[in-house]
Ligand binder design. Structure first.
Ligand code: BTN
Length: 328
């Protein structure tokens, strides 16, 4: 893909050892006039960048924008940007919808779609995912796994556990995964995952992993699931301000690597370790709703296909999907 000037400028600034690049060096590098560089810098300022401009030393990034910046993501993820693998939008109906449209259009996978805001963000079980334009992460990763559906069963759990590890590593958060795919911080929901697939009996052809993360704001849930999970943002839970653009780069790198490990069938050992560390339900009394049935029992262990085994006086039930709440 042909890189735009903003991406080239941001990359030059990020790569410069002392952070400074002069306007004339940028103009030379991009083969444009200094006036053209000035124009791009103004556009970047409007996007939320702040620059130091020092005589004889040039420009330096002082502050990154609070919202997603296509220039920043393209500059930091060249392996995706080069083959048009990352699409950054201001507004979309839903990143899952857009990823599905791109796959249906025959675009190369893996591809990533991120947006600042969604008008029809979708959650599990037909719910709405509130997606205001306030510095949160709304993104979808799209793949063509061409694996047997049985191989893919633990995929969403694996990605959820990977996100827990990622969040704990960035610091000051103790994330927990509530089976099958909600991530809680401080007892409130911070991350939701919606995996959708196009498959036949033998093969998963297309797979879209949609992730919503409350980074700086936690929308009031209009459409509260049974059990009334309240939402929290990572900023609130960690007591510090997470910078959305570097966060997004590190998250996408982590997720793409985790997909590779999963696809190559090398995930099992790490899965076990992560499950032991992040399983919110271990040994807890839970209430599970599957279709019309409600089961109350103790969350015991996982079956190899990712089903949650619940023990109750009448025996054991393997939950393959549904909504789980902690019983008081
Ligand atoms: C849930 O907890 O119910 C899952 C929520 C998933 C929300 C994300 S936001 C990005 C992607 N696009 C969507 O429309 N939904 C997912």
């Amino acid at each position: 893909m042909k890189e735009d000037k903003a991406t080239k400028i941001i990359r030059a600034l990020l790569q410069s050892p002392k952070g400074f690049v002069t306007g004339s060096a940028m103009a030379r590098e991009l083969s444009v006039s200094r006036v053209a560089i000035w124009g791009v810098m103004e556009k970047l300022r409007e996007e939320g960048y702040e620059f130091d401009a020092i005589r004889n030393r040039g420009y330096r990034i002082r502050e990154l924008p609070r919202e997603l910046s296509a220039a920043y993501l393209n500059a930091r993820l060249p392996f995706l940007a080069e083959r048009n693998g990352i699409r950054v939008h201001n507004i979309l109906d839903s990143t899952n919808n857009e990823a599905e449209r791109l796959l249906a259009d025959g675009q190369q996978a893996p591809l990533v779609v991120v947006t600042k805001q969604q008008t029809k963000g979708r959650g599990r079980l037909g719910r709405i995912w509130e997606s205001p334009k306030e510095g949160n992460f709304y993104g979808s990763l799209a793949f063509r796994p061409r694996l047997n559906p049985s191989r893919m069963q633990p995929f969403t759990l694996w990605m959820g556990l990977t996100i827990c590890r990622f969040l704990e590593e960035i610091g000051k958060l103790k994330p927990m995964l509530k089976w099958p795919n909600d991530i809680f911080c401080n007892g409130k929901k911070a991350v939701g995952i919606l995996t959708e697939a196009r498959m036949d009996a033998d093969l998963i052809h297309e797979l879209v992993l949609g992730i919503g993360i409350n980074v700086s704001s936690a929308p009031k849930l209009k459409d509260i699931p049974p059990g009334g999970n309240q939402a929290v943002s990572l900023n609130e839970a960690s007591g510090r301000e997470i910078s959305l653009n570097p966060f997004t780069v590190a998250l996408l790198e982590t997720l793409l690597e985790a997909y590779k490990v999963f696809h190559e069938d090398r995930y099992q050992e790490a899965f076990k370790r992560l499950w032991e560390r992040y399983n919110l339900l271990q040994g807890k009394t839970i209430k599970a709703r599957t279709g019309t049935a409600v089961i109350t029992g103790m969350a015991s262990h996982l079956r190899s296909d990712g089903a949650l085994i619940v023990r109750h006086p009448a025996g054991e039930t393997a939950l393959v999907s549904g909504e789980v709440t902690l019983s008081p």
